[in-house]
Ligand binder design. Sequence first.
Ligand SMILES: [Fe+2]
Ligand SMILES: [Fe+2]
Length: 222
Amino acid sequence: MSVKTLHDLFVHDLSDIYSAEKQLSKALPKMARAATDPMLAQAFTDHLAETHGQIERIDQIVESMQIKLKRIKCAAMEGLVEEGKEVIEEVEEGPVRDAALIGAAQKVEHYEIASYGTLAALAKHLDQPDAVKLLLETLQEEKSTDDKLSKMAEQGGGNAAAAAGKEGGDTSKASGKDAGSASKAIAKDDGDASKATTGVKKSGDAATTKKSSDTGSSKKAA
Ligand SMILES: [Fe+2]
Ligand SMILES: [Fe+2]
């Protein structure tokens, strides 16, 4: 597929996030089952319901703009889901795995925040106010989920420390803090992305997002 115009780019990016949401809707139930803390499991289950609503919003945009989505697979989400699987397989069940699951889930949320911020900016540029509204609703849900996960990482630090000993405690504290900083950094970047009207801005923001997300990874720290 050749992308020549901002409209083409919008269709491409919307197709990409559609694939991402579909992949995530299959992964979230597994993450919920793998979580030890019932509150974390519930957060994953709640976000699954939101994800179904987000897929419906994409369907609404497709209908209102009379566009056709491309059959593409979001490679980024495939990788992030794969990392989530590794967490479940490699990290022992309990608070440490919960901390790792939160880290994996926040990487997903940051990817979605960057994607929806860019899509909303593109829709604005294409003069599609209905699409902008729907995309910003989803963007807000992704940000709220990210905030919720950051709070859980901070609160869960004590539990992980008790369960995993001194080393685990340090790791959890570090990951909680980093996750918070990463979220703040993304929120800022995202604001820039919303103002951006070209795709060039996106690659810069996406790079920043990935970097801060990786740095804040509790999985790596663990
Ligand atoms: Fe989503
Ligand atoms: Fe999400």
